[in-house]
Design a protein around this ligand. Structure first.
Ligand SMILES: Cc1cc2nc3c(=O)[nH]c(=O)nc-3n(C[C@H](O)[C@H](O)[C@H](O)COP(=O)(O)OP(=O)(O)OC[C@H]3O[C@@H](n4cnc5c(N)ncnc54)[C@H](O)[C@@H]3O)c2cc1C
Length: 392
């Protein structure tokens, strides 16, 4: 009996196991995940769970698997993989031998390298993180959010909706500058400012104030922001340490070939947030995507790649060219994105205007590479088709 080992028991890991089974893999599948819970979905953590609190049942992903389809090993981490020996060494001393390996270990939130008390400082990746932030929010609580990317803006909007006083510290000129560009970022930031969120742009944190608990933040221009709670939303680092020592490039996620094989090694694959791969829809540059739908799309491809590589008479693999997409709910602001707006060099408003709902096309060297909708979710089907027609 051969074994496919999947490391990471969340969205990407679950969808990989499901696709292996639905595609006819009848041999063993082991999923090893460091979180003790069965797989759950993360997008509600910075939205509904912050607003209303919630239980595991509100976020759990219901596996499309029979009970004995997968050997789940949860609450234990893989400390090291040996690709040559085809073995995994687990943190509890277990050794798992595999014939094929899928990395689905996602990312961990970065923290600011600024000294100060730990209490009152939060990051947001797990259900426990979200519950801890939820408990801190309420009318007139002073919340400082560090970082104005998607998660930072979602946290700020959720906190403001609960009556908090909210300051956002942003190292860039405007919120979401890198993924959406200056003008669109500015338009979204204006909506948040109109709701009462204060932005401190081009500012960084110099130090935290407080002895037992963070009670404020001092910025590089000397401004002191008082805080009951601080949320650091300053990006993430791929969970790749366990893969080190195998000659793979793990500088920002694990570099894969066009079919998601790690370093091109047969019968291995990476999926979801940890995978960096070239997408010939755009160019040959390997990129990572921290998008819910990409975890699903890469999981399906990884299962196909593994089954191909373990097959005795494989049919050729077709090209893997997924259309990246994500959404973000930031209070009254809804963002839907298709394609890769972050690689564009110009943009044009296609419908509506930047002061209200709009659809914005993104272009590189004159060719459409993405489209972003602000507060126009009903038009997402139309624009998804439009950009797909341009790209495929
Ligand atoms: C707060 C929040 C809000 C989000 N909102 C949106 C949104 O609105 N729209 C959108 O498109 N996307 C959103 N995302 C992104 C989306 O949730 C991710 O893209 C998706 O979760 C990626 O799935 P994954 O399986 O690759 O990684 P993860 O979900 O990170 O799962 C990786 C799993 O691997 C485990 N693991 C790590 N290292 C090891 C190890 N050595 N051994 C064993 N297990 C290990 C981790 O504990 C974790 O359980 C959001 C993410 C967060 C955190």
């Amino acid at each position: 009996m051969r074994t496919v080992a999947v490391v990471g028991g969340s969205l990407g890991g679950l969808r990989t196991a499901e696709t292996l089974r639905s595609a006819g893999w009848t041999e063993s599948v082991v999923v090893i995940g460091s979180e003790a819970d069965m797989p759950y979905t993360r997008p509600p953590l910075s939205k509904k769970i912050l607003s209303d609190g919630g239980t595991f049942d509100n976020v759990r992903l219901r596996p499309r698997l029979a009970d004995d389809d997968v050997d789940w090993r949860l609450g234990v981490s893989v400390a090291k993989a040996d690709l040559a020996e085809r073995r995994l060494y687990l943190s509890d001393g277990q050794v798992v031998e595999f014939d094929a390996l899928v990395a689905a270990t996602g990312v961990a939130p970065r923290t600011l390298p600024v000294s100060g008390p730990d209490a009152g400082r939060h990051t947001l990746r797990t259900l426990d993180d979200a519950r801890a932030v939820h408990r801190e929010l309420g009318p007139d609580r002073r919340v400082v959010v560090i970082g104005a990317g998607f998660i930072g803006c979602e946290v700020a909007a959720a906190a403001r909706a609960k009556g908090c006083e909210v300051d956002v510290v942003c190292a860039d000129e405007v919120a979401m500058l890198r993924p959406l560009g200056r003008e669109v970022g500015q338009a979204i930031q204006r909506s948040h400012a109109a709701a009462g969120i204060r932005f401190h742009s081009r500012r960084t944190v110099q130090r935290y104030v407080g002895t037992d608990r963070a009670s404020g933040v001092v910025l590089d221009d000397g401004l002191h922001l008082t805080a009951d709670v601080v949320v650091e939303a300053v990006g993430s680092a791929p969970n790749v340490k366990w893969l080190e020592g195998n000659g793979l490039d793990t500088t920002d996620g694990v570099i894969c070939d066009s079919w998601l094989r790690m370093g091109g090694v047969a019968a291995t694959a990476a999926v979801g947030d940890v995978a960096r791969f070239p997408n010939t829809l755009f160019d040959a540059v390997p990129r990572r995507f921290e998008h819910w739908q990409m975890a699903v799309d890469t999981a399906r491809q990884a299962a196909r790649t593994i089954m191909h590589d373990l097959s005795e008479a494989p049919a050729p693999l077709s090209a893997f060219e997924p259309l990246p997409s994500f959404w973000s709910d930031q209070g009254t602001v809804r963002v839907d994105s298709f394609g890769s707006p972050g690689i564009a060099d110009s943009f044009a408003v296609l419908e509506g205007d930047l002061s209200g709902g709009c659809a914005v096309g993104y272009y590189r060297a004159g060719r459409p590479v993405g489209v972003v909708l602000i507060c126009m979710p009903r038009r997402s089907g139309h624009y998804r088709t439009w950009i797909a027609e341009q790209l495929y």
